[in-house]
Design a protein around this ligand. Structure first.
Ligand SMILES: NC(=O)C1=CN([C@@H]2O[C@H](COP(=O)(O)OP(=O)(O)OC[C@H]3O[C@@H](n4cnc5c(N)ncnc54)[C@H](OP(=O)(O)O)[C@@H]3O)[C@@H](O)[C@H]2O)C=CC1
Ligand SMILES: Cc1cn([C@H]2C[C@H](O)[C@@H](COP(=O)(O)OP(=O)(O)O[C@H]3O[C@@H](C)C(=O)[C@@H](O)[C@H]3O)O2)c(=O)[nH]c1=O
Length: 302
């Protein structure tokens, strides 16, 4: 199975490159400069030459706060980019898996968001990603939208690595405790994408496999403060320093973009239709901390 992916240097694609071979997939990443999503005119020629079985559209403008002041660029990359990719996929008759976000929701629910719940993004990033979803769904390509959330990995820019960096010279970090979701490992996302890709490649005439699906870790709801506490206790278990999380409110941590208070995604549809369920986020974090900090068995107090 040949899978062409956009977003060569991103967390999800780096994970796909790592996990692809074990799943029998050849991952062909494309990134800048060969494809600038803000101007995807050459997408068809580029994709056609690579002859993919499946296309994964994972590149995005992901700077949530900066998007508020760079709306034009965010829409170009997150909406017109995927539109160009999906149009090419339709012409090539190749299915496309497009990665989207929990930030398409306003966070007003108190139970996990379903695929057909009302979308109402609070910021430019979420709105531009929503426009990307719409463009992909309207393209005529066989399409799966995978909305995921709170992505972190042993590589790339993410909240867990930010916490570990802050731990280097801080004993306490203030983190919001009133935004709830599920941290999701890019390694697990990659495994899920590979299974969905296999299903699409193997069952060409099954429209039930297409549409919007939510993809997130199992385990209890978590706030960013819970996630930070889990990172720091994992650090201490591995012989690192102890760092305290000061649990604060969103009002105490003002940011240019508003974020949803509750963005946990219901993953039942993905489990039912594609037979994909992700591990508990606490186990997934342990796997990633083993790589970032060292295995827990190396801890000093053993
Ligand atoms: N990170 C998260 O917490 C979440 C992410 N998602 C979605 O998952 C997907 C993957 O996210 P993630 O792996 O974290 O992404 P990253 O932020 O790690 O990487 C984004 C990638 O997109 C590329 N990119 C940005 N602008 C352009 C452009 N104009 N042309 C071509 N490539 C471009 C970047 O390339 P370069 O390095 O050259 O800038 C980079 O490779 C995205 O669609 C994102 O919206 C969904 C939920 C949560
Ligand atoms: C670094 C830091 C952040 N925070 C807060 C800010 C914010 O409300 C929350 C999350 O911080 P970040 O800005 O790192 O995360 P953010 O960029 O909002 O993460 C989002 O990225 C996009 C791409 C997505 O699609 C989302 O699913 C989500 O993962 O934690 C603290 O309270 N203390 C801190 O020290």
């Amino acid at each position: 199975m040949r899978i062409v992916v956009t977003g060569k240097s991103g967390q999800v694609v780096t994970a796909l490159i790592e996990r692809g071979p074990a799943a029998g997939a050849e991952i062909l990443p494309i990134g800048r400069p060969e494809l600038d999503l803000a101007d995807p005119e050459n997408a068809f020629e580029l994709l056609a030459a690579l002859a993919p079985d499946v296309i994964v559209s994972a590149a995005a403008y992901t700077a949530v706060d900066k998007a508020e002041s760079e709306a034009e660029l965010a829409y170009a990359v997150n909406a017109r980019g995927p539109e160009g990719i999906a149009a090419a996929a339709a012409r090539l008759n190749v299915p496309v898996i497009h990665i989207s976000t929990d930030y398409v929701f306003d966070g007003s629910k108190t139970s996990p968001w379903l695929e057909d719940d009302k979308v109402a993004p609070l910021g430019v990033y979420g709105a531009s990603k929503l426009a990307g979803e719409a463009a992909v769904l309207a393209s005529g390509a066989r399409a799966v939208i995978l909305r995921t959330a709170w992505v972190y990995a042993p590589f790339g820019a993410n909240f867990a690595r930010t916490m570990l960096r802050l731990a280097e010279n801080r004993d306490e970090v203030g983190v919001v405790a009133d935004q709830i979701g599920a941290p999701t490992s890019a390694l697990d996302i990659a495994d899920a994408i590979l299974k969905v890709a296999r299903n699409l490649a193997d069952h060409k005439d099954d429209p039930k496999l297409e549409g919007i699906f939510h993809l997130g870790a199992s385990g209890p709801d978590a706030s960013w403060a819970d996630f930070a506490e889990a990172v720091f206790s994992g650090l201490a278990e591995r012989g690192g320093k102890r760092v305290h999380v000061k649990r604060i409110g969103t009002v105490d941590y003002p940011t240019p973009a508003q974020r949803p208070h509750y963005s946990r995604l219901s993953t039942e549809k993905l489990a039912r239709v594609h037979a994909v369920t992700l591990p508990d986020w606490r186990d997934a974090l342990s796997v990633i901390l083993d790589r970032l900090v060292g295995p827990a068995s190396m801890r000093r107090d053993d």
